[in-house]
Design a protein around this ligand. Sequence first.
Ligand SMILES: Nc1ncnc2c1ncn2[C@@H]1O[C@H](COS(=O)(=O)NC(=O)[C@@H](N)CS)[C@@H](O)[C@H]1O
Length: 455
Amino acid sequence: MEFSEWYSDILEKAEIYDVRYPIKGCGVYLPYGFKIRRYTFEIIRNLLDESGHDEALFPMLIPEDLLAKEGEHIKGFEDEVYWVTHGGKTPLDVKLALRPTSETSIYYMMKLWVKVHTDLPIKIYQIVNTFRYETKHTRPLIRLREIMTFKEAHTAHSTKEEAEKQVKEAISIYKKFFDTLGIPYLISKRPEWDKFPGAEYTMAFDTIFPDGRTMQIATVHNLGQNFSKTFEIIFETPTGDKDYAYQTCYGISDRVIASIIAIHGDEKGLVLPPIVAPIQIVIVPLIFKGKEKEVNEKAKELYEKLKGKFRVHIDDRDIRPGRKFNDWEIKGVPLRIEVGPKDIENKKITLFRRDTMEKFQVDETQLEEVIEKTLNNIMENIKNRAWEKFENFITVLEDINPDEIKKILSEKRGVILIPFKEEIYNEELEEKVEATILGETEYKGNKYIAIAKTY
Ligand SMILES: Nc1ncnc2c1ncn2[C@@H]1O[C@H](COS(=O)(=O)NC(=O)[C@@H](N)CS)[C@@H](O)[C@H]1O
């Protein structure tokens, strides 16, 4: 089955997301998908909180004059903004934008908060919905018109150096985040013509989907003083002078959820990293004639033993075990425990791990320790598998041969790395190779231009 069919199929079959909402580019997180989203964004919340960020919350509506204040910014977003023009039947005297991202609402407030250098740094983030009238092909969790899970961090600093340091911190936070999820990435500096509107420069994380196309899963922008000059975020320096704040912002979205699904999934369905799995262990009682009572009792006993340490569920539906196995394999539950009368007698436990589809037995006394070890091993295994597939999609070329690049991109796809040369690093190269220049990147110690077909 080709990838995009597999992807839309699994969103429905694993009960993650319902695309049938009557607005294009908008969809519904179903409870199982919502839990995956919640556990995923808990990870980034912890990483941000542990590195001195505070979570805040800003209004969704932005007055037109505010959104339009920074020229580059509004130029970059004017074709994507949704506008609110009425309150009930009353036309609004000022059109209100549904935030496409929140620089202009947040920096308007920062001006009110910042007076002296000791008011800096500010490091805040919010996890909200944002709206972009995407004209390209919308796709669930990948290219949305209502971005339901937009984590945007915004910082302000008293020196250029500190803002530079913040960019590095943001990159290391995202590396930890994607490493925790086992999602591979290539980090590149976007070319001038493809940076965030209003930024000095943009660093981006791209992963490679199973169909060989790259997906931008995170971006970090150094905004310099572009917005602070426009919004007059001015502070008194230690020597009593005045200066404009130095800013950064960095964001991720539902694309992280799409990546977990696409990158770790297999032909059977989801393969969830235990850390984000709504159910980490499912207990399936194998009911044999005349043995129902002891099997159900044992299942309950195991559940009670495990529920404090793991997210465990007993599937006591009145259907055949094979049906149950299939359902939980589709939903990517990392571990399954099968409870049958023979095992009870021999004081054994039968386990099944979703990533390798292997079944194995352990002594009941070792159960918790084996579960702990196996869940860690599952994470390591799916992460290594993902990086292996990722590396196989990377082709390093010695020179720039447009025809060869086109051929590789149409057959193998993935990312092509060519040695970095200033003189060819321009938009003509994109036209020549009929693909996107992701940017300049370091790979195994050398500097390259990364080229790919992207989402
Ligand atoms: N239409 C969309 N649907 C889903 N995710 C999107 C969409 N547009 C952008 N994203 C994701 O959101 C991330 C941040 O968006 S952005 O435009 O690059 N950057 C900002 O908006 C900055 N204010 C930092 S938060 C992108 O890297 C991309 O992964």
